[in-house]
Unconditional design. Structure first.
Length: 203
DNA sequence: CATATGATTCCA
DNA sequence: GGAATCATATGA
């Protein structure tokens, strides 16, 4: 069996884990793919995170122990794969948004995008709560080398307000399998301004 | 019980 | 630009 990331890898803030996961390998059975894009979701105070509604049937896994898969259905038709992190009760998780096929994925099958990658790897809601640390079907193996990592705001969470602009998305700057082209490189200090959000709102 | 909506993708 | 499609959350 391939080496797995240890428990303490996941026992850190989602922001740290999200960055560290870029370049690692996601394994499901004989299918292997390299993670090239992630996003951090940081618990109840993060208005884009499912943890904002507290512990419910759906968020039970999210609020559970680190190192487990949190898989949920989105838009009635796609499964999103996340890794629970930080600590039990924290509600932190990292969404894997894109992978590049390494082995066992049919030619021509796309795996850029959270819905596409679960389909390509055969991951479904049936895997929700699976332990990634033990001998389960899904594993994450350490990366061999450190990719050049770019940063941007998260995708598809505009409803969450100002926190949607936080630079909590990480991706391999050299990968051709990222779910969408590098937005502006906000990693270089040039931050795009959201006109509607600037002067108007205050809470 | 009724209704709104989303960490998306695909098609026109 | 808009539809597809359904579990979850929220309010009556």
């Amino acid at each position: 069996m391939r080496e797995r990331l240890p428990e303490d890898f996941y026992e850190r803030d989602a922001l740290t884990v999200a960055r560290a996961l870029v370049g690692t390998h996601l394994v499901h059975g004989d299918r292997v793919a390299r993670i090239v894009e992630t996003e951090a979701y940081r618990g109840p105070t993060d208005l884009a995170c499912h943890a904002r509604v507290g512990v419910t049937k759906r968020t039970r896994t999210l609020y559970g122990p680190p190192g487990r898969a949190y898989v949920f259905l989105i838009y009635g038709m796609y499964d999103c794969f996340n890794v629970v992190c930080f600590g039990e009760g924290k509600g932190h998780a990292v969404l894997v948004r894109a992978v590049e096929p390494v082995r066992g994925v049919a030619e021509g099958v796309r795996s850029d995008g959270p819905g596409r990658l679960t389909r390509a790897l055969g991951i479904t809601r049936a895997h929700d709560g699976e332990d990634l640390l033990g001998g389960g079907r899904i594993a994450i193996a350490p990366r061999a080398s450190r990719p050049r990592i770019a940063v941007s705001a998260r995708v598809g969470v505009a409803y969450a307000g100002a926190i949607a602009e936080a630079p909590w998305r990480f991706f391999d700057a050299a990968s051709a399998h990222v779910s969408r082209p590098s937005p502006r490189s906000i990693g270089l200090g040039l931050k795009a301004k959201a006109p509607s959000e600037s002067g108007a709102r205050r809470r």
